[in-house]
Design a protein around this ligand. Structure first.
Ligand code: NAP
Length: 286
């Protein structure tokens, strides 16, 4: 059977977002404002080092000034707290990102709570989560924010649609639910204790899978014509990068589907840049 689904091309759409931001940054620079992002890395975690490098490079490409602050893995929590306080007070810094995970001796939640909500470009601060919850978001978590842009690219109106989200993390599942609810979708959040998951998924006009399990969602769970967004980033036994959805089988039934890689992944950094520019504009009233 031939593939039915149109591919939602996250690489292309994220490049569009970055191009829009580049133009926006050039325009605000002409008015004397240079958006600045401080990226804080604690320790030598190799994956974190790569993420930080990618974020710094992406900033440079659109004209955001990025400042990296590295603390040794042995640093005391107080050192990180003083750094965050200094960055909160620095008017040239509009966004602060603390790369997770932090070393085990640090309490991530209390550290993240110290970031000024107006500079919280990851959108993880309880204040920003609360704003999202009441439908009046300030800075939104980047991955679900990027997913909304992918959904918009399909031309679909989520209003009245059944949206099913698998996963209830604070960084993806829960904020995703709030964003879809705001668009008037009827939202169901599923998790590891959900009964009859395949039946729930069969109701989904819009499916967001954020589980972290290699091709867990099977093709025959997918409703004909559904939009399938695959957030998962997994390693298959053969070493390939895979999503949470069986892409080939789901493509036979879905109307639109994101690939892994090249779907949701590239959007996350693009939306971090978007949040940084938004934070800079808000801080300076531009
Ligand atoms: P997480 O915090 O580990 O949450 C996973 C969720 O999946 C949990 O809510 C869990 O349920 C649920 N789950 C696990 N097994 C399940 C099962 N058998 N049936 C139904 N639900 C099940 O993960 P996350 O941080 O949200 O990330 C999810 C995936 O997205 C990972 O692969 C991650 O690498 C990827 N990701 C990608 C990006 C990107 O930019 N592309 C960004 C973030 C995350 P319980 O709550 O009941 O445990």
């Amino acid at each position: 059977m031939a593939r039915k689904a149109q591919i939602i091309d996250g690489k292309k759409i994220s490049a569009e977002v970055r191009a829009e931001l580049k133009a926006e940054v050039a325009a605000i620079k002409a008015k004397g404002l240079i958006p600045g992002l401080a990226v804080v890395l604690v320790g030598e975690n190799p994956a974190s080092q790569i993420y930080v490098r990618n974020k710094t490079k992406a900033c440079e490409e659109v004209g955001i000034k990025s400042l990296q602050h590295t603390l040794p893995g042995t640093a005391k929590e107080e050192e990180l707290i003083s750094l965050i306080r200094a960055l909160n007070a620095d008017s040239g810094v509009h966004g602060i990102l603390v790369q997770l995970p932090l070393p085990a001796h640090m309490d991530s939640d209390s550290v993240l709570d110290l970031i000024s909500p107006s500079k919280d470009v990851d959108g993880f601060h309880p204040y920003n989560m609360g704003r999202l919850m009441i439908g009046n978001a300030l800075l939104q978590p980047c991955t679900p924010y990027g997913i909304m842009r992918l959904l918009d690219s399909t031309g679909t109106d989520a209003s009245g649609k059944n949206a099913v989200i698998i996963g209830r993390s604070n960084i993806v599942g829960k904020p995703m639910a709030m964003m879809l609810l705001k668009r008037n979708a009827t939202v169901t959040i599923c998790h590891s204790k959900t009964k009859d998951l395949p039946e729930k998924v069969r109701e989904a006009d819009i499916l967001v899978a954020a589980i972290g399990r290699d091709r867990f969602v099977k093709g025959d769970w997918i409703k004909e014509g559904a939009i399938v967004i695959d957030v998962g980033m997994n390693r298959a036994p053969d070493g390939r990068l895979t999503g949470d959805v069986d892409f080939e089988a789901a493509s036979l039934r879905a109307s639109h589907i994101t690939p892994v890689p090249g779907g949701v992944g590239p959007m996350t950094i693009a939306m971090l840049l978007k949040n940084t520019v938004a934070a800079a504009r808000k801080a300076s009233g531009l």
